[in-house]
Design a protein around this ligand. Structure first.
Ligand code: SME
Length: 157
């Protein structure tokens, strides 16, 4: 998929997500809908889901699509932990080169993890997307998935 096609796909998916979650205040319902839409609209997304902040320094799996994901991730571990600690999106072109990467699947080659922050500035979750393709994620993914996570964050408030 070239850059123009990818951006057009995101514009379509973001429109669908906006319509589907409009007025929804239940964050689990919003996360389940977002995971479903993203997973089904991007062939290179092989695991799409959320890890929620359930206690200080601890993430627990939320709604997701794909093979089973690990249930808990402390902020000290993995790509998800790095996104939670830094509150910055992590774009990982090769998970084998990421120190402490947690491999929920042996086929994962690249990953992006985006923090979900509510309007009050509180970290409420991270959005984790794995791909079996190397370097599957770029700036277009980062910008658009951060927009998705802003919508999710607003629903969590
Ligand atoms: N790879 C993630 C763990 C979650 S599984 O990929 C669903 C990490 O390193 O934090």
């Amino acid at each position: 998929m070239d850059a123009q096609d990818k951006q057009q796909s995101y514009e379509m998916v973001l429109g669908h997500i906006r319509a589907l979650i409009a007025g929804e205040t239940d964050s689990i319902a919003v996360m389940a809908t977002v995971a479903c839409e993203l997973q089904h609209d991007f062939a290179t997304f092989d695991w799409t889901g959320f890890y929620r902040v359930v206690a200080p320094g601890l993430l627990k799996v939320g709604p997701y699509q794909g093979a089973h994901g690990c249930l808990e991730i402390p902020f000290e571990r993995g790509v998800c932990g790095a996104a939670a600690r830094s509150r910055q999106t992590q774009v990982v072109p090769d998970v084998a080169q990421f120190p402490g990467h947690i491999a929920c699947s042996a086929t994962t080659r690249s990953e992006i993890v985006v923090p979900v922050i509510d309007p009050a500035g509180k970290l409420v979750a991270v959005l984790d997307i794995d791909s079996n393709r190397a370097s599957a994620f770029d700036e277009i993914d980062r910008v658009n998935l951060e927009t998705v996570c802003e919508m999710v964050g607003r629903s969590a408030s």
